[in-house]
Design a binder for this molecule. Structure first.
Ligand SMILES: [Zn+2]
Length: 584
């Protein structure tokens, strides 16, 4: 038998350096290969975590040699091999480690070495942190000291928050839950208490969708408040969250935070325990491919807001506004007609996580189109089954047959499962929305729920457009994206070009729109560009304004059956139909 112990110490947090000492003892083979994962589950990009390792050595008599970018061979150590290394940790995201003089957030995949061929081996972890710091992780305490992970998967799946974070404990279904909030002072008492109350409602609602009970023994929510970004990463017994410190200040900000919490918690079932075959088992040294992220991220995105609605944490109007925004995103993404949803999932490693100026033209987010498609699937299943089934039923069936039994979902198995849940054929929808990149026609599906999609230009928009997106580069208007087949695309404007003047008017700041006032679609205009140190002029034929303001509007003449279907979907009639809107 082998035993593994990792001792982690942070003697000088302000240097962002973590020291790790790994001891492997027992029946040690003459050669061991140690590796660091190149990615972490839930975030589908090869991140090359090993680039932050420094000074890896083994205690004599063992000899260590680096054999790949992320792997080392250790020979001749006898019964006890000790390996020491340092890890530089200075990237504040949910999937990278961050250490500074205020805290340490440690991500297992970016910290611990695994032993090839021994991934089922457990490990003990001891943390030596500055005196006033406390350690929070979902790993269970070890009978001796520190923490115990039963296998490498669990070790990698349990991030650590170490520092002076605020801790708020609560129970759901009698199981312990904890918020750990860093930095401690950034959220007020009332805000934290409201967040805890609403999180309770979210988890109870999610449990009810998956047969009633929570899938874990205890759950940690590690919440970082920072203006540096927004994001989450799911784990089996915890979630890492990053949100703006202003999340509590506005209704929109708070709903966004709640949807993030609902999203990562939903993953405790959907993707952590209910898993696609392509991600089973995790292979940490290479990409793991799945075509099913349209479901595992798309459905999780659909349910994060729907759960807020089911738990009465947002209004019908707020819910519909959110869904309309997602539809607007799909509308405004030319890549929807290029890249089928399931291929966008497969290509996550090279597309979604590696955005560039051509992304919007060549691909579509499996989160956002996935959410829209899952919403439409829900509505179609309800409509085709005359209200007898819904996406909730497909979800419950997936959980019962696969998640609860720890069987991986076959990569080509979704349609059959959905059809069994719905009791009607759905192949046409899978072909149109998931397997191909054809345009989605929302109208017939929405009409059966009394809704119409209204697309208009922003009221303050210019009367015509160049068909591009601009970013403000220190007061310069730099083209960020040229929309496929739009006015700028046809005229040969490029991402990276600076727009100097439009129609003889100097572009001041980054405001291009103001130069388009008084012009009309079909007009031609000369655009002066700066590109690679040269000035160029291109003649552009202006397009009609983008109809990027999307609203889901209740049809006042919707028949009673459509109003009833709407009410069954969102829990109450649309406000536009009034209190007596639903038929008795
Ligand atoms: Zn997710």
């Amino acid at each position: 038998m082998l035993s593994v112990a990792h001792r982690v110490s942070i003697p000088a947090p302000h240097t962002h350096v973590v020291h790790v000492q790994t001891t492997i003892a027992g029946d040690v083979p003459d050669e061991l290969v140690l590796f660091m994962p190149v990615w972490t589950p839930g975030s589908y990009l090869v991140r090359e975590y090993s680039r932050h390792i420094e000074g890896l050595v083994a205690d004599a008599p063992a000899r260590v040699a680096k054999i790949r970018k992320n792997a080392w061979s250790v020979r001749g150590g006898g019964e006890r091999v000790v390996v020491r290394y340092r890890v530089y940790a200075n990237e504040l995201t949910v999937r990278t480690s961050h250490v500074d003089d205020s805290h340490a957030f440690l991500v297992g995949a970016a910290l611990f070495l695994g032993i090839e061929g021994h991934e089922t081996l457990g490990a003990r972890v001891e943390i030596e942190a500055p005196k006033e710091w406390r350690v929070t992780t979902s790993l269970p305490a070890s009978p001796g000291a520190g923490y115990e992970a039963p296998d490498f998967d669990t070790l990698i799946d349990a991030p650590f928050e170490i520092g002076t974070h605020r801790q708020e404990s609560f129970e759901v279904q009698g199981k312990p839950h904890r918020y750990s909030i860093w930095p401690a002072g950034l959220a007020g008492d009332a805000d934290v208490h409201r967040l805890v109350d609403d999180t309770r409602s979210i988890l109870a609602q999610e449990a009810s969708l998956f047969g009633g009970s929570l899938p874990y023994e205890a759950y940690d929510l590690l919440l970082h408040l920072s203006p540096r970004g927004r994001g989450g990463l799911e784990h089996a017994s915890s979630a890492a969250l990053i949100a703006s410190p202003s999340a509590f200040a506005t209704r929109d900000g708070y709903l966004d935070l709640l949807s993030l919490v609902a999203h990562e918690a939903f993953h405790a079932w959907n993707v952590k325990r209910l898993r696609p075959a392509g991600l089973t088992p995790y292979r940490y040294q290479e990409e793991c491919y799945t075509r099913l992220l349209w479901w595992f991220e798309g459905a999780t995105s659909y349910y994060d807001w729907r759960v807020l609605r089911m738990a009465r944490l947002c209004s019908v109007d707020e819910y519909l506004d959110h869904l309309a925004t997602e539809i607007g995103y799909v509308d405004q993404t030319p890549g929807r007609l290029v890249h089928p949803l399931e291929e966008a999932s497969f290509d996550a490693w090279i597309k979604l996580y590696r955005p560039d100026e051509n992304s919007a033209n060549s691909t579509v987010s499996y989160y956002r189109k996935g959410e829209v498609v899952c919403a439409l699937l829900d509505l179609e299943i309800r409509a085709r089954s005359n209200g007898k089934a819904s996406l909730d039923r497909a979800l419950a069936m997936l959980w019962e047959e696969y998640g609860a039994r720890r069987r991986a979902v076959p990569e080509d198995g979704m349609q059959a499962i959905f059809e069994r849940a719905a009791g009607v054929p759905l192949g046409d929808l899978f072909d149109a929305w998931i397997r191909s990149s054809s345009e989605i026609d929302f109208t017939p599906t929405l009409a059966r729920f009394g809704l119409t999609l209204e697309r208009t230009a922003r009221p303050d928009a210019a009367p015509c457009t160049l068909g591009l997106r601009v970013r403000n580069d220190g007061g310069r208007a730099t083209i960020a994206v040229v929309t496929r087949d739009g006015a700028a695309w046809r005229a040969g404007l490029d991402a990276g070009d600076e727009i100097v003047a439009v129609g003889g008017a100097r572009v001041e700041g980054a405001s291009v729109e103001v130069t388009l006032r008084g012009r009309a679609p079909g007009d031609t205009v000369d655009v002066v560009l700066a590109r690679d140190g040269r000035l160029l002029t291109r003649r552009v034929t202006l397009d009609p304004p983008r109809h990027d303001r999307v609203k889901l509007v209740a049809d006042r003449d919707a028949p009673p059956a459509a109003r009833d279907a709407f009410t069954a979907w969102l829990g109450e009639p649309h406000p536009a139909w009034g209190a007596g809107g639903a038929t008795p």
